[in-house]
Design a protein around this ligand. Structure first.
Ligand code: N01
Length: 530
């Protein structure tokens, strides 16, 4: 008999809830977490300025009406320390600590077909067997540092934002180089600029950013909001993004230009990416509509940044707005008006090498005391590919995914029985309110395991035909939008050599949930139960 019913890999939002939900269903569960604390992405990404771009009222668990009433968020968009406090509160409140083993990285998971169980090995040399494996490793966990020639010769310290020293970093009086201008780079840059003698921002691709208009949560608004939290959560579950937003419901191309400008400006002033991009129905599917919104955003950069040449360099033109994750910031563009900040265009003059005293580009040399990489992640599949996962016949997951990650419903990979992936490739995951999508997956997995038990089955495995059909649908939906036009981490374009496959499901959170529920109601259609 297996040591455990379920091993959960990771203790971020997904792993924490998986432990709670599966234990509440009467299963024996153990979670392994590589970090010295829980929180996953919110544990590791403790760089200054780290803040969620989904509002706190949405980016929080909905499974407990009591929890959502008890907890009070201090800000509209929660900063990383507050999200981490929240998760620690949840673990304590629901008695989860005894079932979470910290400082323990899962290094391998192998399916034993004879015994119908997984053997999970950890970096302390121990192994456990479990009937089920729930991979709650996060979509943005496997960070990447570019292989720059000479990096090992750099005399100063260098940091990746996703492994920021927990004690913080003092940049006072230093010349700092920042590589990476995605969501993370845009958040960390103003914080570094506030302390450093000089900040050089090395930009390869300019990015769009909308204002947050972050503010303290008003207690009377909170009271009012909480009075109807349940029905709000229901709306969120049925919505497209996992956050109810109010768009005009009309295409931009059918709207008089002056009305578009007025409407976009209202949303710009209110702050937030989802309501802004969701203003019109055609922005993410029609290039002409997208161009109108993109130009509106470039105009905001031009009116903010006083040096016209710098402003032009900061204006994104390489991809449709929204096709890469829209950044949010209240102070990034204005930061370039500071005398101690320089924007360096490494698209036209790429970084050639690092030397002891700094960084060389094709046309210049920059003397630096410290280097910061905000260069992103091997997203969605990276963390799973780094575990030695072997399914039926000892086939490695890396081999199955050699041409790109794939799964049925974004939760189960053919050839890997009794292994569930939370927010895996082919699910709304990063294109949704992650917390809500995590809850939906965990509850579906819990119910599936219960169904097997009550119907006398011991294994569940996605059929290859169901996986093929689902991934074809994921691709078809993606290619009906503008998303594939960007070289984004959504398609793996940020990782040299990674196959270009669009894996997030863009069909909408509500319809996706309905499909998963239909599959379950039909006795787990598309799965082999044995
Ligand atoms: O990573 P990214 P991120 N040389 O991949 C550059 C979530 N998130 O950590 O665009 C030079 O987006 C790269 O340039 P390019 C959110 O979902 C959320 O910023 O490839 N530059 C790009 O500028 C987000 O999308 C929040 O040309 C190199 C940057 O590094 C996701 O995490 C906050 C390079 C990487 O951008 C990832 O964001 C933070 C190289 N060799 C993150 N390699 C919020 O909730 C890469 N780059 C607000």
């Amino acid at each position: 008999m297996a040591d455990l019913d379920v091993v959960v890999v990771g203790a971020g939002f997904a792993g924490i809830y998986a432990v709670h939900a599966l234990r509440s269903a009467g299963l024996t569960v153990r979670a392994f977490e590589a970090g010295s604390g829980i929180g996953g992405t919110w544990f590791w990404n403790c760089y200054p300025g780290a803040r969620c771009d989904v509002e706190s009222k949405d980016y929080s668990y909905s499974f407990s009406p009591e929890l959502e009433q008890e907890w009070s968020w201090s800000e509209r968009y929660p900063a990383q320390p507050e999200v981490l406090r929240y998760l620690n509160h949840v673990a304590g409140r629901f008695g989860l600590w005894p079932y979470i083993q910290l400082n323990t990285r899962v290094t391998a998971a192998e399916w034993d077909g004879e015994r119908s169980e997984w053997t999970v090995t950890t970096d302390d040399g121990a192994s456990r067997t479990a009937r089920f494996c729930v991979m709650a490793v996060g979509c943005l966990s496997a960070y990447q540092v570019p292989s720059l020639p000479g990096l090992e010769t750099f005399a100063g310290p260098w940091y990746h934002t996703s492994r920021w020293p927990r004690e913080g970093v003092d940049f006072t009086g230093q010349r700092v180089g920042l590589i990476g201008t995605g969501s993370t780079g845009i958040q960390v840059a103003p914080e570094i600029a506030a302390a450093a003698a000089h900040l050089y921002v090395f930009q390869r691709t300019a990015n769009f950013a909308v204002p947050n208009r972050n503010r303290a949560v008003d207690p009377s608004w909170e009271r009012e909001f909480k009075a109807d939290y349940r029905s709000y959560r229901k709306q969120a579950q049925e919505s497209f993004l996992g956050v109810p937003i109010t768009g005009t419901g009309r295409p931009a191309l059918a709207e008089p230009p002056a009305d578009i400008q007025r409407n976009l400006m209202e949303r710009w002033r209110a702050g937030g990416g989802m309501p802004f991009l969701g203003a019109y129905t055609d922005v993410l599917v029609d290039r002409a509509a997208n161009d109108i919104v993109a130009e509106f955003m470039r105009d905001r950069i031009r009116e903010t940044v006083s040096d016209a040449a710098v402003a032009e360099l900061l204006c994104p033109t390489a991809y449709p707005v929204g096709a890469k994750r829209l950044c949010q910031s209240d102070d990034y563009f204005a930061m370039f008006n500071l005398p101690n900040v320089t924007l360096v265009d490494i698209r036209s003059a790429p970084v050639s090498s690092v030397y002891a005293g700094g960084l060389r580009t094709a046309d210049s040399v920059y003397e630096l005391d410290a280097l910061v990489f905000a260069t992103g992640f091997d997203a969605i599949s990276g963390a799973l590919n780094r575990i030695g996962i072997r399914g039926v016949g000892g086939v490695p997951l890396t081999e199955k995914w050699a041409a790109g990650p794939r799964s049925y419903l974004g939760m189960a990979a053919a050839g890997f029985p009794n292994m569930f992936i939370v927010t895996g490739p082919g699910s709304p995951s990063v294109f949704s309110n992650m917390v809500l999508s995590i809850e939906q997956h965990v509850e579906w997995i819990r119910d599936c395991v219960a169904y097997l038990g009550s119907h006398g089955y011991s294994t569940v495995e996605a059929k290859p035909s169901a996986e093929d059909a689902w991934m074809a649908h994921v691709t078809e939906v993606a290619y009906s939008t503008l998303f594939p036009l960007a070289d984004s981490w959504y398609v793996g374009a940020n990782i040299p050599g990674k196959p270009r496959v669009f894996t997030p499901y863009l069909g909408g959170v509500g319809p996706y949930r309905a499909r998963c529920d239909e599959v379950a109601a039909a006795g787990y259609e598309g799965f082999v139960l044995d």
